[in-house]
Design a binder for this molecule. Sequence first.
Ligand code: NAD
Ligand code: ZN
Length: 372
Amino acid sequence: MLLSSIRFSARRGPVCSHSFVRFKTSIPRSQKAVVYETHGGPLLYRDVPVPKPKPNELLVNVKYSGVCHSDLHLYKGEWPFDVKLPLIGGHEGAGEVVAIGEAVKGWKIGDLAGVKWLNSSCQLCEYCVSGHEPVCPSQVISGCHQDGTFQQYTVADAIQAAKIPKGTDLAEVAPILCAGLTAYKALKRTEARPGNWIAVVGAGGGLGSLAVQYAKAMGFMVLGIDGGKDKTQWAKSLGAHEVVDFTTVPDLPKTVVGITGGGAHGVVNVSASLAALQQSFFYVRPTGTVVLVGIPGKPTVDLPVLPTVGRNLKIVGSVVGNRKDTQEAVEFFTRGLVQLPVKVAGLSELPRIFEEMDKGIIMGRYSVDTSR
Ligand code: NAD
Ligand code: ZN
């Protein structure tokens, strides 16, 4: 069925009376999505209406969506976020533009677009005008404040949506829209130089697998830390120079300091483990940077003040990245510098994927195909 109330405009071709959008004529009224009504409640694979884009928005036919641990934190209600309920989660979407709001510039029907965590920001505040839009106080987050990418059609602000070159593998690029972008930005935030050691904590997970590859492509020496033989071998297969299994080493800080000849110049914490974060303060190299990315459900650590002051440490937070970071992160991918072998599953399998993620047994990233 087609969207209702179609009429024609001499200037733009077919439009819908609700908001003067340019659109493809084959947009259905309803679609499949995974919806939850309460935190931790049933994940319902069901039919929902196709949303309509506002004047500033694109309607994107999401082909694939990555599944991020942040989706799981939000589903479980672990963070004090203002989550819309019922909610369709997801914020790593890759698909095709099928309708365009009347105020949108620079996009055509058929373009490939990425839908990110940061769906929109005000563009006017001091953070937006200085390239720090992920901290805009008026930000709207996909799959949190509004429905996200665990559906076949979603809306995205045209300014924040990511351009994806034609011919790109959409299943593989989807995780770049959050995991890749976040990992890449966190590596930049270490301010490490080529040849320096970067410790990636959580190297076998979604962000970690990509952090290992971006770090390698950026010329760093990479030490991957995760638990178990499978995950450490996985990190090694992705290019980590050294790996450490935190479940078997008796003294992790001592081991890392030994391997890196004095400590990691940068530590990128992409696990959701409080203990891992706490430990990282003790193996960062003097003058080095600890980057906090993963957000445990209970998010408070003890900062060791004397070692932090006495060794001139930098401890920084890092949330996703801005539009320029996004463009760069996608370019690394399209040039073949990062290649994450994603696991493809159907959108209807999301409950099983969340269970596996909760158990910590996923290596790399799932990318869900919204057509099944
Ligand atoms: P994931 O579940 O795919 O990966 C986490 C990895 O951490 C797993 O491989 C797990 O085995 C490993 N791990 C667990 N305990 C560990 C320990 N003590 N030491 C080392 N490794 C350990 O999760 P993900 O999707 O990669 O997300 C990771 C975290 O980053 C989540 O908390 C997520 O919410 C957060 N995140 C933050 C941002 C941001 O902008 N700051 C963006 C995306 C995700
Ligand atoms: Zn994410």
